[in-house]
Design a protein around this ligand. Sequence first.
Ligand code: AMP
Ligand code: TRP
Length: 331
Amino acid sequence: MEKQTAVSGIQASGKLHIGNYIGAIKQFVELQDKYKMFAFVADLHAITVPQDPQELRKNTLDAAAIYLACELDPKKATLFIQSHIQEHVELGWILNTMTPLGELERMTQFKEKKESQGQKQGVHAGLLNYPTLMAADILIYRPDTVPVGEDQLQHLELTRTLARKFNSRFGETFKEPRALLKKEGAKIMGLDDPSKKMSKSSLNPNNYIELLDQEAEIRRKIQIAVTDSGKEIKFNPEEKPAVSNLLTIFSLMSGKEIKTLEKEYGGKNYAEFKKDLGNLLIEKLTPIQIAYKKIIKDEKKLLKILADGAKSARAIAQETMKEVKTKIGLL
Ligand code: AMP
Ligand code: TRP
């Protein structure tokens, strides 16, 4: 049987954190053996809010290096930079012409970013059209699934709607991809506030643990992570949201069941639990950091991997675009 296809991306904005790792990158790596995996760095999405050019360049390379450091294997998966495939933008434009404005205006991510960006730098049309470019990123490879964290589900629903719409107007062209969501870990919460997702746009750096954080920093952030009232280490997201979040992180980083952890830490206090969690994160992140440093040093080699990835991705994207243009009536 032919392999199914999976597509996903991460934005090249700011630093990647353990929420990105648990909710997204870890899944991509697990999928690369079973699926035809397309993984990219969404630099065009990053510029929907103003970016410093030098920082954007560094963040884009960093994200690609982190994919590789987390053992995404360019021999198995296709790794590339979004802006290297101009067909994404071309299809994005076409999808824009089929998307009601109201659908874009009601997107949660748009409303949130509009709120946070609005006061700072103003809101530009790219932010509104973010989801149509994302739909193009996906549909152009006609995937079966899209592994993402929970915050991207609404965008994926729009992607499916657009696929249906295009197909019914112009004939069967796109597949309607399903979201691939982890039962646990699809939404890692902030360490400073377990009612909000861990996010690199948080103003408080103690909200997240970056994949490249130093040992002392990791220990410190876990130590000051908020906990709940009571002493017990129990998984109960309603009554103990902070501890449940830490248990989820512990479980997914160690491979141990939450139930096992609850037993192990029965009768122990938060301090002991946090100390072990800090150690675990250091143990798991250190090899990633060592690999990252090696990869980022050799920029030429990294760019070559990305150019090879773009070449494979482009071949498929061009084929899809040819069909799309013919169907629409573009000469
Ligand atoms: P972004 O960094 O916003 O481009 O997100 C990259 C991927 O990480 C997407 O699949 C997100 O859904 C996922 N992600 C981001 N934040 C979290 C989080 N706090 N918990 C789980 N997954 C997340
Ligand atoms: N919008 C996604 C995020 O912020 C990143 C992204 C861009 C993406 N294009 C995509 C994810 C296509 C999956 C598929 O997380």
